[in-house]
Design a protein around this ligand. Structure first.
Ligand SMILES: *[C@@H]1O[C@H](CO)[C@@H](O)[C@H](O)[C@H]1NC(C)=O
Ligand SMILES: *[C@@H]1O[C@H](CO)[C@@H](O)[C@H](O)[C@H]1NC(C)=O
Length: 439
C-alpha cells in the first residue's frame, strides 16, 4: 500500500508522578439511588513542570521561556501533576458534602479558589441531560461575603476531558482537562490538549493568571452563582453544541474583541431577584435566609426544555421564587424565551441569548450532555459587581442595580486578604424527574 503519509504533530500533554491523584469522593442521588461519584480539580490549578524533574513550566502568571518557547515544545516538555486536595487547594469532601475554601496557604504556594468537576469514575466526567429534569442541592453561603461567587453550573465539556478528540491530551478528565464556558475563557493553560502558551499575556492584576491567544467556548447553564448577598440563575447558549476552540477576537471580550463578538452569549438570560425588583427575598435574615443552609431546586420543564423554574426549601418549608417587580415588565417568576425577551427590552440589554438560539439551543446543549462544575472564585475583571452591586457602577438604569454590595467591594486584593477564610459548602445533590427531589 502506497501513498498516504500522515504528518503527526505530537504535543503529548502527559502527567507527573510526584503526587498521586486521589480524587475526593462525593455521593449524590440519581433518581433516588445513591451514586458514588468523585471530583477532580481543573487542570489550570495544577502544578505543571518538566517530566522527571520539578522545574516549573508555568510559574506565577508566566510560562517558562526555556521549556515553553512555543506550544509544541512546551507540550512535549511539560506534564500536569496530581493534586493534594486539602493541603494545596482547600477542598475536602465527606459523604455527600463538598467544601471549598477560598484562600489556602500550602507549603509551596498560596491557592485562591477552585473549580471542580463531578466524575462518574476515575477518568470520566458524569454527564447530565437536564431536559425535563430537576436538579437539587443544598448550599451554605453564610461564609461568602460580597465579591465572592460560589458557583454550581453545567457546561458542555467532553466526557473524557478531550482525550478522544485530541489525542495529544493524555491527561484527560482524571486531571480536570477540557474546560469551556460561554465566556470563551482565554486564561486556560491548555486547550485541546495543547499549551495555550503562544502569545500568552500575564494579567496585570492577577499574579496567578494570564491570557493566551486561544479560548474555549461552550454552552453554560448557571444553576447557581451566589454569595450571602446576591444570587442568579442564568442559561447561556452558543451557536455550536459542544466544546469549540476560538482564536483572538473571535473569543469575544476575553480575546480582545467585542463583548458580543464570540459564538456564545456572554450575558445569558439571568434571574436575580434583587435585580428584578425584590430586595427582601435573598440575604441574611430575609425570606430565604442566607445565614442558614438552603436547598435550591431548579426545574427544567419540557423536553426539550422551554422553561426554568426555581424553588428554595428552608426549615422544611418550600419557598417559591420571587416575581419580577419592574415597571414595564410583566410578572414572571421563571425563565423562558418570553421572559428573556421582555427582560432584555425592559433593561435595554443586548438580547444575545435569543440571537444565539435561546431555549431551542439550550435544549440541544442539554441533549448533547453536560458536566457538573462546582467552584468558588473572585473576579479580577469587574470585582463581581455584575452579581452583587450596581454595575455599570455609575448607571441609574433599571437593571444596573443587582445587589446590596457597595461598588467599592469585591476587589480581589481586599477579599483575598480580608476574607481569606471564606468557604462554600455544597451537599446532598439530587437529580431526577420534576417534583421528585425535594418533597
Ligand atoms: C418579594 O418576594 C416575596 C416572596 O415572594 C413577596 O412576599 C414580596 O411581596 C416581594 N416583594 C416585592 C417588592 O416584590
Ligand atoms: C448585540 O449582540 C450581537 C450578537 O449577539 C452583536 O452582533 C451586536 O453587535 C451587539 N450589539 C451591541 C450594541 O453590542
Amino acid at each position: 500500500m502506497l501513498g498516504i503519509g500522515f504528518v503527526c504533530i505530537v504535543y503529548s500533554l502527559g502527567v507527573g508522578t510526584n503526587t498521586a491523584e486521589n480524587h475526593p469522593k462525593l455521593t449524590w442521588k440519581n433518581s433516588g439511588s445513591t451514586t458514588n461519584g468523585e471530583v477532580t480539580v481543573d487542570s489550570n490549578w495544577r502544578w505543571t513542570h518538566t517530566k522527571g524533574t520539578t522545574k516549573n513550566c508555568y510559574d506565577g502568571n508566566l510560562w517558562s521561556k526555556d521549556l515553553c518557547p512555543d506550544a509544541a515544545t512546551c507540550g512535549k516538555n511539560c506534564v500536569l501533576e496530581g493534586a493534594d486536595y486539602s493541603g494545596t487547594y482547600g477542598v475536602t469532601s465527606s459523604g455527600d458534602a463538598l467544601t471549598l475554601k477560598f484562600v489556602t496557604h500550602g507549603s509551596y504556594s498560596t491557592n485562591v479558589g477552585s473549580r471542580l468537576y463531578l466524575l462518574k469514575d476515575e477518568k470520566t466526567y458524569q454527564i447530565f441531560n437536564l431536559n425535563g429534569k430537576e436538579f437539587t442541592f443544598t448550599v451554605d453561603v453564610s461564609n461568602l461575603p460580597c465579591g465572592l461567587n460560589g458557583a454550581l453550573y453545567f457546561v458542555n465539556m467532553d466526557a473524557d476531558g478531550g482525550t478522544g478528540r485530541y489525542p495529544d491530551n493524555q491527561a484527560g478528565a482524571k486531571y480536570g482537562t477540557g474546560y469551556c464556558d460561554a465566556q470563551c475563557p482565554t486564561d486556560l493553560k491548555f486547550i485541546n490538549g495543547i499549551p495555550n502558551s503562544d502569545g500568552w499575556k500575564p494579567q496585570s492584576n492577577d499574579k496567578n493568571s494570564g491570557n493566551g491567544k486561544y479560548g474555549s467556548c461552550c454552552s453554560e447553564m448557571d444553576i447557581w452563582e451566589a454569595n450571602s448577598l446576591a444570587t442568579a440563575v442564568t442559561p447561556h447558549v452558543c451557536d455550536q453544541v459542544g466544546q469549540t476552540r476560538c482564536e483572538g477576537r473571535a473569543c469575544g471580550e476575553n480575546g480582545g474583541g467585542d463583548r458580543f463578538g464570540s459564538s456564545c452569549d456572554p450575558d445569558g438570560c439571568d434571574f436575580n431577584s434583587w435585580r428584578l425588583g425584590n430586595k427582601t427575598f435573598w440575604g441574611p435574615g430575609l425570606i430565604v435566609d442566607t445565614k442558614k443552609p438552603v436547598t435550591v431546586v431548579t426545574q427544567f420543564v419540557g423536553s426539550p426544555v422551554t422553561e426554568i423554574k426555581r424553588k428554595y426549601v428552608q426549615g422544611g418549608k418550600v419557598i417559591e421564587n420571587s416575581y419580577t417587580n419592574i415597571e414595564g415588565l410583566d410578572k414572571f417568576n421563571s425563565i423562558s424565551d418570553k421572559f428573556c425577551t421582555a427582560q432584555k427590552k425592559a433593561f435595554g440589554d443586548n438580547d444575545s441569548f435569543i440571537k444565539h438560539g435561546g431555549f431551542r439551543q439550550l435544549g440541544q446543549s442539554f441533549t448533547k450532555g453536560q458536566v457538573l462544575v462546582l467552584s468558588l472564585w473572585d473576579d479580577h475583571t469587574v470585582n463581581m459587581l455584575w452579581l452583587d452591586s450596581v454595575y455599570p457602577t455609575n448607571s441609574k438604569k433599571p437593571g444596573a442595580d443587582r445587589g446590596p454590595c457597595p461598588t467599592s467591594s469585591g476587589v480581589p486584593a481586599d477579599v483575598e486578604s480580608k476574607n481569606a477564610g471564606s468557604s462554600v459548602k455544597y451537599s446532598d445533590i439530587r437529580f431526577g424527574s420534576i417534583d421528585s427531589t425535594y418533597k
